[in-house]
Design a protein around this ligand. Structure first.
Ligand SMILES: [Zn+2]
Length: 280
């Protein structure tokens, strides 16, 4: 990540400025703590490598991030469990921030997708005490690798008349190898364009990079006409790492996870200020 030192100051400033604009005076004296590269690096010291340990480990990550245990819900469907944490806003309009917690049999699922869990829980920690207009819904999806089972179950359960309340969905799947990128083949066009423009404004290196023949949980939302994007952080070596014994904690470049976190943080703040149908 050679751009890091050049990027840090303007990225930080842009974020603080945009956060300040949305935060009431009373809270400004105690600004939200933006996670550092070191905070994120620490989370990869131990990664739960067994699929059956993952859901409990995600719950523990949210608790460590300051979530009251009673707010962390396990949504049980016929064949899958999602972990859901709702941060109520001033309105019922929602921004969903999701990442799958399951992994394939091979490897440790560190890149795919413990990076997503770390990014989401750091986002929660940064945002949890800031009043938002919109309600933030953090979701850890189960069984993505078996065909987007968790995200399909969630979107199928949304009553038709509530669909317009879902303003946007940001899915994080497999950061940790390169700069953040939007997988256009799993994302809605207006939201993908917004993501690229914001990355440019924040001076975060970014690209549009479809992952051919692959899919992720954003597609379940796109299918319901909810604007959604998948952000990944893969590089040209991804086929040698993902879904293989090589997907280990040592393969995770924390700077890639950090940049994905920063981009998603900027997106959430901006989307909160936008009209709910702005990217539909
Ligand atoms: Zn994945």
């Amino acid at each position: 990540m050679p751009h890091r030192s050049r990027l840090h100051a303007p990225v930080f400033l842009a974020l603080v400025l945009s956060l300040a604009a949305s935060v009431p005076v009373a809270v400004r004296s105690a600004p939200a703590k933006v996670s550092t590269l070191e905070d994120i690096q620490k989370e990869f010291a131990t990664v739960p490598c067994e699929d059956k340990e993952r859901l409990a480990a995600v719950k523990a990550l949210y608790e460590k991030a300051g979530a009251p245990a009673a707010d962390i819900k396990i949504e049980q469907f016929d064949n899958v469990e999602n972990l859901v944490l709702v941060k109520p806003g001033a309105s019922a309009e929602k921004i969903v921030i999701g990442a799958h917690y399951d992994k394939v049999a091979d490897g440790c699922g560190a890149v795919d997708n413990w990076t997503g869990q770390v990014a989401l829980t750091q986002l929660y920690q940064t945002l949890r005490d800031i009043p938002f207009k919109k309600t933030l819904v953090f979701v850890a999806f189960g069984r993505e690798e078996k065909g987007l089972v968790g995200s399909r179950a969630m979107t199928k359960a949304i009553p038709e008349e509530q669909l317009p309340e879902y303003c946007a969905m940001i899915n994080i799947d497999s950061l940790g190898m390169g700069p953040p990128q939007v997988a256009d083949n799993m994302s809605s066009k207006p939201l993908a364009k917004f993501t690229g423009e914001l990355a440019k404004e924040m001076e975060i290196p970014f690209a549009h990079a479809s992952i051919g023949r692959a899919n992720s949980d954003s597609s379940s939302f796109v299918a319901k006409q909810i604007p959604a994007v998948t952000i990944h952080g893969l590089n040209n070596n991804w086929q040698r790492v993902l879904h293989s014994g090589n997907d280990q904690p040592a393969k995770v470049n924390a700077a890639s996870v950090y940049l994905g976190y920063r981009l998603a943080l900027g997106m959430i703040v901006r989307l909160d200020q936008a009209a709910c149908n702005a990217y539909r």
